[in-house]
Design a protein around this ligand. Structure first.
Ligand code: 5GP
Length: 190
């Protein structure tokens, strides 16, 4: 990746770890940063808007996008499929924008292989108990989905060491500053 191109950032963390809250702050504080909007077969949660949080698509459409080689990466997560549309990511990077992919671990492994210059960040909870409490407290999923997500989270936590950086979300402002400085250092030092 040449210097006038943007930086590709992979941002991963277990469900309920507070990724979304940190992300909002990152986007507000770094005007050169863009979030890639993924496609998913999951149903929208209340308040989610098609084209903003996700492109909500059918399983058939998702499979068509795979066949068209439209994804930079894609993976299945707790019964649904998620994928990063390739074209907008490369377009934004060409424009010099830094692009952040909020994806799970299987997608991270694919992106790391395809784009070894990317910077990878894992957002970790202060403890597994804290994660459990947050996921239940959010109240957006059924108990069955929550326990599936917790099982997946336990596995994901074991992949932390594969990432360039692990940021513990013990305090929102601190975690945001840490991620911003990781991005800044990487931009300055290549
Ligand atoms: P949620 O259903 O909570 O929005 O997302 C579930 C998981 O899928 C999260 O870990 C989220 O980061 C991940 N995810 C969202 N979009 C993508 C994507 O495009 N690709 C992959 N591999 N994972 C994604």
């Amino acid at each position: 990746m040449s210097n006038n191109k943007g930086l590709l950032i992979v941002y991963t963390g277990a469900s309920g770890v507070g990724k979304g809250t940190i992300m909002k702050e990152l986007l507000a504080k770094n005007p050169n940063l863009r979030l890639s909007v993924s496609a998913t077969t999951r149903a929208p949660r209340e308040g989610e808007v098609d084209g903003r949080e996700y492109y909500f698509v059918s399983h058939e459409r998702f499979d068509e996008l795979i066949a068209e080689d439209g994804f930079l990466e894609h993976a299945e997560y707790v019964g649904n499929k998620y994928g990063t549309p390739k074209e907008p990511v490369f377009r934004m990077l060409d424009e010099g924008l830094d692009v952040i992919l909020e994806i799970e671990v299987k997608g991270f492994l694919q992106v790391k292989k395809a784009c070894p210059d990317c910077v990878t960040i894992f957002i970790a909870p202060p403890s597994f108990e804290e994660l459990q409490a947050r996921l239940r407290g959010r109240g957006t999923e059924s108990e069955e989905v929550i326990s599936e997500r917790l099982k997946t989270a336990e596995q994901e936590l074991q992949s932390q060491s594969l990432f360039d950086h692990v940021v513990v979300n013990d305090d929102l402002d601190r975690a945001v500053e840490e991620v911003l400085s990781i991005i800044k250092d990487r931009k300055n030092n290549g």
